[in-house]
Design a protein. Structure first.
Length: 171
C-alpha cells in the first residue's frame, strides 16, 4: 500500500491534522502563558548574556506568525512593519521597534486571526500547497503543504519557548 493510499484512508487525515493542530494550540498557549507571566521590564532581559531579549523574541515570533497568514492563504499580514526589526535585523540593531505593550497586543491579534482561519479549514485542505511553493514543485514534493508549515512553526515556537524559560528564570 502506498503512502498516498494510507493518507487517504478514512480518518487518517483527520487524525494527522488533529495531532499537529493540538501541538500548535498547546505550544501557542504555553508561549502566551510565559509572556503573560513576565512584566514588560522583565521582557527586556536577555535569555543569556549577549543573546536576544524577551522583547525581541516576542517581536520575532509575532512577525513569523504574521507571515503565516499569506503563506497559508489566509490573507495579508496584519503587521508587515514587524519584519524589518524582528526578522531582517538582529536584536541590538538600532531600528525603530514597537513598545512591549504593542507587541503583546500584536501577538494576541495575530494568533487570534490564525486560529480563526485554522478552525475553518477542512482536514483535506491542510494537505494542499502553501503559497511559497510552485505547483510543479508541489507535485514532486507534496509534503510541502499547509500542515507542514504548522508543524515547522510549532517546532520554531518550542525552540523560542525554551529561550523564554531562561528569561523567566532570571526573575
Amino acid at each position: 500500500m502506498s503512502s498516498t493510499t494510507e493518507i487517504n484512508k478514512p480518518g487518517t487525515q483527520e487524525t494527522l491534522v488533529k495531532m499537529v493542530l493540538d501541538a500548535w494550540h498547546g505550544t501557542t498557549k504555553r508561549m502566551t502563558a510565559a509572556l503573560d507571566s513576565l512584566t514588560d521590564e522583565e521582557l527586556q532581559r536577555e535569555a543569556s548574556p549577549n543573546r536576544n531579549t524577551g522583547t525581541y523574541l516576542l517581536g520575532h515570533l509575532t512577525a513569523v506568525h504574521d507571515a503565516m497568514l499569506p503563506l497559508l492563504g489566509f490573507g495579508d499580514k496584519l503587521y508587515p512593519h514587524l519584519e524589518k526589526p524582528f526578522i531582517a535585523t538582529p536584536d541590538k540593531a538600532e531600528v525603530e521597534k514597537p513598545t512591549v505593550s504593542e507587541l503583546r497586543q500584536h501577538w494576541k491579534a495575530v494568533n487570534e486571526k490564525l486560529n480563526q482561519h485554522i478552525a475553518a479549514l477542512k482536514p483535506a485542505d491542510w494537505f494542499t500547497k502553501h503559497s511559497s511553493v510552485s505547483a510543479e514543485d508541489f507535485e514532486k514534493e507534496p509534503y510541502r503543504n499547509k500542515l507542514n508549515i504548522i508543524l515547522g512553526r510549532t517546532n520554531h515556537l518550542n525552540y523560542h519557548l525554551g529561550q523564554f524559560t531562561f528569561v523567566k528564570e532570571k526573575k
